[in-house]
Design a protein around this ligand. Structure first.
Ligand code: PEP
Length: 254
């Protein structure tokens, strides 16, 4: 299958940025700047701003996503948000297992798997983040790390659930650091992820999965990264907080 058959998804991750007023202001800029696209355009905003953001983008091509989602349907999990709650706001995408959640909030491959399965039960596409840290890259164990994260993170997925999953390859050393993986480094790992999905599910299933690259993707490097055969989009942090830069990235996907 050729790459053009896969859905290209450009997703912004606003992380813990923008209050309600700032969210409205930035989305007014974004909806003005981003009028047409050949890809899905998604902005994953802080949970408290989801309702504001959904309202602000209702007449635009921009969709709003979440940055996390709990595995339980409801219950005594103070501070958490369920997939059913996200669904009730019309949310169809949620980032799961971002490296910052793994690093600061004890996220493991097991909890990534539980959260992703809860997304599937509620018709939400999980964007599952995987990636090695600098030490792991230097030890030349990137593929081993990715293999564990994918195998455990996608455990018990059906082929249909795989089809409704996005994988974001985000080398931890490239996130928020200004150090981008070269297009060749990113392509090598994304191709490996596809090969692995082929072994775990089926080669044809793997061909249909959108695999994003994330890690200091910006207006200047997006085109080259997005031109690689196994990179079907981007997960973008810093550059998704600037309407012109984010629009340039969306344009680069054309
Ligand atoms: C991210 O938050 O997923 C990310 C890739 O951040 P940045 O683009 O700022 O490196």
């Amino acid at each position: 299958m050729d790459k053009s058959k896969r859905q290209v998804v450009i997703a912004g991750n606003w992380k813990m940025n923008k209050n309600a007023e700032e969210t409205k202001a930035l989305l007014a800029e974004m909806t003005t700047a981003i009028k047409d696209a050949d890809c899905k355009v998604l902005l994953c905003v802080p949970a408290i701003n989801i309702s504001t953001a959904v309202e602000a983008t209702k007449d635009s091509i921009i969709e709003i996503g979440a940055q996390n989602c709990h595995w339980a349907a409801n219950g005594a999990y103070t501070g958490e948000i369920s997939a059913d709650m996200l669904k009730s706001f019309g949310i169809k995408y949620a980032i799961i297992g971002h490296s910052e959640r793994r690093q600061y909030f004890g996220e493991t491959d097991k909890t990534v798997n539980m959260r992703a399965l809860a997304c599937h039960e509620n018709g939400i596409t999980p964007i599952i983040c995987v990636g090695e840290n600098l030490e792991e890259r230097e030890k030349d164990i990137t593929k081993d790390v990715i293999k564990t994260q994918i195998t455990e993170g996608l455990a018990n997925f059906t082929k249909q659930q795989l089809h409704n999953t996005i994988i974001a390859y985000e080398p931890v050393w490239a996130i928020g650091t200004g150090k981008t993986a070269t297009a060749q480094q990113a392509e090598e790992v994304c191709a490996y992820i596809r090969e692995l999905l082929g072994e775990l599910f089926c080669p044809m299933c793997a061909q249909k999965v959108t695999i994003q690259y994330g890690g200091s993707m910006n207006a200047a490097n997006a085109k080259e990264l997005l031109s690689m055969p196994n990179i079907d989009g981007g997960l973008i942090g810093g550059a998704s907080l600037k309407a012109t830069d984010f629009n340039t990235i969306v344009e680069s996907a054309k």
